[in-house]
Design a protein around this ligand. Structure first.
Ligand code: NAD
Length: 252
């Protein structure tokens, strides 16, 4: 798909990887519908996309809320006239061991801690994919959906909730690629390793060094490198049902 003038929705477009994707796609001439919870951050990203010469609009929406997702996708279709792509990027972490024993005291991951991550990282992806695909089929527009999974989908200690959600996203990429191909909608997935985002910038240099030592390429990924992969999937018309692993060669 040629990205010039195509309408692409990015969830979690306010900051981090979503913002890098927005800037990258804007530079390629795509029109961006940015979905997030934080108005201020969204407005900043809209400004960056406009500076890159593209049209962008901000939408406040919780991807885990069915009513909000239904209304937001309908609003985006009305505002832009069409939807050609979606990047399911919004995500949260609530890390912790399922069972932790410290000084003889046993604690458990709470159901709320489990559910919050499943709701945003898995149910949110389902809801956005369902609504966008339905709208694209209704409007007879073709395009692509890109899900953001993670290297943690292989099973990362302290991330039972996150690993389950990210594995689910990778599996459903295959399901939706099969189900939606007949409508001209491709579905791909990017599984990033450790990427240089704000969270990591706050880490101590020693801890960061330890983390990067295990990566064959000996460095963290850059948000622009993830954005590059997202654009690749959107642009390459033979890519569907597969996960692109962008992790510097790291295996968990
Ligand atoms: N940064 C990494 O190293 C890394 C590695 C692997 C995967 N990922 C994945 O990449 C994606 C982006 O990560 P990031 O590092 O940019 O995170 P981030 O926390 O910097 O940004 C996530 C964005 O999603 C938004 N968001 C959170 N919950 C939402 C909700 N319910 N509805 C709408 N928006 C919501 C947040 O407001 C925020 O702007 C996530 O899915 C994450 O799991 C990141």
């Amino acid at each position: 798909m040629q990205l010039q003038d195509k309408v692409i929705i990015i969830t979690g477009g306010g900051q981090g990887l979503g913002r890098a994707m927005a800037e990258h796609l804007a530079a390629k001439g795509a029109k961006l519908a940015l979905v997030d919870l934080n108005q201020e951050r969204l407005d900043e990203t809209v400004g960056l996309c406009q500076a890159a010469g593209s049209e962008a609009r901000a939408y406040i929406c919780n991807v885990a809320n069915e009513e909000q997702v239904v209304a937001t996708v309908a609003q985006i279709a009305e505002d832009f006239g069409a939807i050609h792509g979606l990047v399911n990027n919004a995500g949260i972490i609530r890390d912790g061991l399922t069972i932790k024993v410290k000084d003889g005291e046993l604690s458990k991951m709470s159901l709320a801690q489990w559910q919050a991550v499943i709701d945003v990282n898995l149910t949110g992806v389902f809801l956005c994919t369902r609504e966008v695909a339905a709208k694209m089929i209704e409007q007879k527009t073709q395009g692509a959906i890109v899900n953001i999974s993670s290297i943690s989908r292989a099973g990362n200690m302290g991330q039972a909730n996150y690993s389950a959600a990210k594995a689910g996203v990778a599996a459903d990429t295959v399901v939706w690629a099969k189900e939606l191909a007949r409508y001209g909608i491709r579905v791909g997935c990017v599984a990033p390793g450790f990427i240089e985002t704000e969270i990591l910038a706050a880490m101590k240099p020693e801890a960061l060094e330890k983390m990067t030592a295990g990566i064959p390429l000996r460095r963290l990924g850059k948000p622009q490198e993830i954005a590059h992969s997202v654009a690749y999937i959107l642009e390459n018309d033979y890519f569907t049902g597969r996960v692109l692993e962008l992790d510097g060669g790291l295996r968990l």
